[in-house]
Design a protein around this ligand. Structure first.
Ligand code: FES
Length: 508
């Protein structure tokens, strides 16, 4: 198959990228051989490469942009076993044993990050913090009691209902207290992990586009420049797999999530992780600067390509934050990211379905990308080293979960609705603002028009190269986003997120 990905993830700038200079790595300029080739240098790819390098495997990491320049740098980096999909839901979908394994794997991921931080002496502001789940104002707290009981059955016995104030600036009411959670600066952590991979003898290449992956006894990864990497195993860790062959993209859905960062006085807010049960939910944490703290608040999610009001969503987040933290000062940061939501709430980590035995994937962060990415590292290391791992069936990308049929039908219906875009009238071509995009109709053709900052118009086919849905303009990130399975493209049509492996076509 032919694959090609760039890794810039959008026009907004996440807070983390302003706290660290990205280390430089060379691009691949020759054919090479390796034990394991990892495609994608976010948390899943780099953790997998690191853990295998420590075991003595020769690893080669290929990243087409700069390392950690994709969705990992757009996270808010909550390191938690308080899972977004709730334990009572995971128990319904995976049974009590599955829910227990989910809890123990995410707890192990928190511990593993702490271990690596200590082992490699990484200065990344890693710290253990409490976590609090709460309901929106005027909502029943029954859901907290239901989650408490399910979390206890999942083995998280130290979780408790708490009536004392969790947040010192606003009354959250009754909360569910998750002790021993953690937070860090994900870029500081992963830049150090990448350097350590090199110290262990591994190689990291950036600016190296992968154009094809072929599994066999020995797999072959071919780059856009025509170089090859021959490997015993290949790991595709590119957010949405660029080698997806139907088995995955039908079972996970892409969502955009929004984040704001507000300046607050040092120590004004009790340091912890906070989440509410609203739909879509809100999440909050604190980061430290020398002379102030940053209140980081996220939420306002929507299905990718199905809303164009990012500015309004940032405003609503800001209002939500200021209500709960009246000491908040100026707005410093606004950015958005993409979350892949598997229909049964847990990531897909393991052998790629319908592919050769030595091709592995990690995808489906489900809003818990830091722990799922770390679980991917531990699980893929064990699979590649032929070791038993207690989590392998739970995260198996080939799993069939009939209990998630309702979620499957809901997402399939949503995709079917998007296909109706083919017959809808297009937008007007008149009076386009600079730096904006529209999808118009000319006869049977759908055309994506980008009006650049100087007013010149650039036309592309609006047909997503994955399965033919019509892309939509994302005015927040200045990208063309596909509403069906989350492929995203730059204004010039360059693909920046799978599952599409090809750029938008020219309008001919
Ligand atoms: Fe599947 Fe666009 S991402 S059709």
């Amino acid at each position: 198959m032919n694959l090609s990905l760039n890794s810039s993830a959008g026009a907004t700038t996440p807070y983390w990228s302003q706290t660290a200079a990205t280390p430089t790595f060379p691009s691949l300029k020759e054919n090479t051989e390796t034990d394991v080739c990892v495609v994608g240098a976010g948390i899943a790819g780099l953790t997998t490469a690191y853990l295998l390098a420590v075991e003595g495997k020769k690893v080669t990491v290929l990243e087409d942009g700069k390392i950690v320049s994709g969705e990992t740098q757009r996270t808010t980096a909550h390191i938690t076993n308080a899972l977004d999909d709730r334990y009572y839901e995971l128990e319904r979908l995976h049974g009590e044993f599955g829910s227990k394994l989910a809890a123990s794997s995410h707890t192990a991921a928190i511990n593993e990050i702490e271990r690596i931080v200590k082992q490699e002496k990484i200065a990344c502001d890693f710290e253990r913090v409490d976590g609090y789940l709460f309901v929106p104002p005027d909502q029943s707290t029954d859901v907290l009691e239901k989650e408490l009981a399910a979390a206890h059955r999942a083995g998280l016995k130290d979780i408790k209902l708490q009536t004392t104030a969790a947040l010192n600036t606003y009354d959250l009411g009754v909360t569910l207290h998750f002790p021993h959670q953690a937070q860090f600066n994900p870029l500081h952590y992963l830049f150090a992990v990448a350097k350590s991979i090199e110290k262990q003898g591994g190689r990291v290449y950036q600016g190296t586009h992968v154009s094809s992956v072929e599994g066999d006894k020995q797999a072959t990864v071919t780059t856009k420049d025509g170089h090859t990497v021959r490997a015993d195993s290949v790991v595709i860790a590119t957010n949405a797999p660029i080698n997806d062959n139907f088995a995955i993209y039908t079972r996970q859905a892409p969502y955009r999530t929004y984040v704001v960062g507000l300046k607050i006085p040092k120590g004004a807010v009790r340091k912890a992780l906070y989440w509410d049960t609203a739909d879509p939910y809100h999440y909050m944490r604190i980061a430290h600067e020398e002379d102030h703290d940053v209140l980081i608040v996220g939420g306002e999610d929507h299905k990718t390509g199905q809303a164009t009001d990012g500015g309004l969503r940032f405003s609503r987040l800001e209002t939500w934050a200021r209500t709960r933290v009246p000491q908040a000062q100026e707005l410093l940061y606004s950015w958005s990211g993409q979350v892949m939501e598997p229909i049964d709430g847990l990531a897909f980590i393991g052998r790629n379905p319908l592919d050769a035995e030595n091709i592995f994937i990690a995808t489906g962060d489900s809003g818990n990308g830091i722990t799922h990415g770390t679980i991917a590292g531990m699980l893929l290391r064990d699979l590649i080293l032929d070791r038993k791992n207690p989590w392998q069936d739970l995260y198996d990308p080939s799993r069939v979960n009939v209990r998630s049929a309702k979620e499957f039908l809901k997402e399939s219906a949503n995709v079917a609705t998007e296909l109706l875009e083919w017959v809808k009238p297009g937008e007007s071509e008149d009076q386009m603002q600079p730096d904006s995009g529209r999808v118009v109709r000319r006869g049977l053709k759908r055309i994506a028009i980008y009006c650049d900052t100087k007013g010149a118009k650039h036309e592309l086919s609006a047909v997503c190269r994955h399965k033919g849905c019509i892309v939509a303009w994302n005015p927040t990130e200045k990208t063309w986003d596909c509403p069906c399975h989350g492929s995203r493209y730059e204004t010039d049509g360059t693909v920046i997120n799978g599952p599409s492996s090809a750029d938008l076509s020219a309008n001919t």
